[in-house]
Design a protein around this ligand. Structure first.
Ligand code: NAP
Length: 356
């Protein structure tokens, strides 16, 4: 039996350690990827620190892979050996180490696999799976927007609400944490949905976020950020009816709730990336929903197919969606622990990667 190297988490709060494990074969509808670049996500260090969603050790963490198809399982027709791909690795919900990203070979679902355009690097591809999947779940699952191709304009009446002033004015969406990788992809997908985008991010990201679709930006460090957003929406004659809080701390949710509460929109919806904090009262008149990125390739396999198989390959090839910036951490699989430590300290507008 062939073996490969994996970065295993031996116990809660331990460091990752390299070891060999048996290389798996893909089942029906699955693909075995030889990973070239792996990205880390906040959930990885959170699980390492807490044991969240881990039933036994050692465990292979990680959700973002980019590489080459080593073997396509039976019934997979869209991908073949040698294809360059990126994919969401789903061990978080399957609990199966073969589906974890932090190793040389990972088994993924064909429905959560994206053909990597020729002009994109493995590094760029690895920045995308979780960020794009989460942004999709935020907009098209929690906020329940109609799936769009490009540039269609969504109006209030299409999302179960009515606008107070003008039924024809495009819906406004607030993306708090626009420079996070989830926020960055949310802005771009919201632009394709024709929404007017308001975003909160550090000032040094404003030009870049404007270039990918944000109409108005505020610096979240500013004490007037909430009032500035509301004044901006009023000046533009648009209503902030929707919000994605990509950060979802008690502080950010309180700000986002303030914006929605004071907005003149009738139907208001808020998608959050982390569980609702006990210290923040549930707002009246605002529908709130937790984004379940792990549901992407399960409960909402339709969205996974729509994004991964049908839309994203085209959007990436055409430059309609661009990947976030990235930084490579040295050491290959052995560098993953450093990458997790760096991510936990905090990053600004970049994805951390290791090359395998
Ligand atoms: N529910 C799910 O399924 C799911 C899926 C993926 C991620 N998540 C969660 O979503 C969060 C974001 O993940 P990510 O990978 O996108 O994170 P990330 O890229 O590592 O986030 C870093 C960014 O956060 C921004 N930020 C920090 N504090 C902020 C604040 N108070 N207001 C606005 N922006 C702030 C920083 O912006 P500046 O650079 O502008 O300072 C920085 O660029 C994490 O908590 C993660 O665990 C949840």
């Amino acid at each position: 039996m062939a073996e490969h190297v994996a970065a295993l988490l031996p116990a809660v709060r331990s460091d990752l350690a390299l070891d060999n494990r048996q290389s798996p074969s893909p089942g029906p509808g699955e693909i075995l990827i030889r990973n070239h670049v792996i990205a880390v996500n906040p959930i990885d260090w959170k699980r390492q620190a807490s044991g969240f969603m881990i039933s036994s050790y050692p465990v292979v963490l990680g959700a973002d892979v980019c590489g080459v198809v080593a073997e396509a399982g039976s019934s997979v027709t869209a991908f073949k050996s040698g294809d360059r791909v990126l994919a969401v690795a789903h061990s978080f919900c399957s609990g199966n180490n073969d589906h974890g990203a932090f190793q040389e070979y990972t088994v993924v679902k064909a429905t959560a696999t994206v053909a990597l355009p020729r002009e994109m690097s493995f590094q760029q591809g690895a920045t995308l799976p979780t960020a794009a999947g989460t942004a999709t779940m935020a907009l098209f699952d929690v906020l329940d927007l109609p799936q769009v191709t490009t540039g269609e304009t969504i109006h209030a009446s299409q999302v179960g609400g009515t606008a107070n002033s003008s039924e024809s004015s495009p819906l406004g969406i607030l993306v708090w944490g626009g420079a996070s990788t989830v926020g960055f992809l949310t802005i771009q997908l919201a632009r394709l949905a024709g929404l007017t985008i308001y975003a909160a991010a550090s000032e040094h990201h404003h030009d870049h976020l404007r270039s990918v679709g944000a109409s108005m930006l505020v610096d979240y460090h500013s004490p007037t950020a909430v009032d500035d957003l509301l004044a901006g929406a009023e000046r533009a004659g648009s209503q902030i009816a929707l919000a994605v809080d990509a950060i979802s701390t008690a502080e950010t949710l309180a700000s986002v709730v303030q914006v929605l509460s004071k907005s003149t929109a009738v139907t208001k919806k808020l998608a959050h990336t982390s569980p609702w904090p006990k210290s923040v009262p549930h707002p009246e008149g605002i529908e709130t929903g937790a984004i379940r990125g792990d549901d992407f390739s399960h409960r909402r396999e339709d969205l996974s197919i729509w994004l991964c198989n049908l839309s994203l390959p085209k959007w990436l090839a055409e430059g309609v969606i661009i990947p976030p910036a990235y930084r490579v951490i040295d050491g290959g699989l052995g560098g993953l622990q450093n990458a997790l430590n760096e991510l936990k300290k905090g990053v600004s507008g970049e994805k951390l990667l290791v090359e395998v």
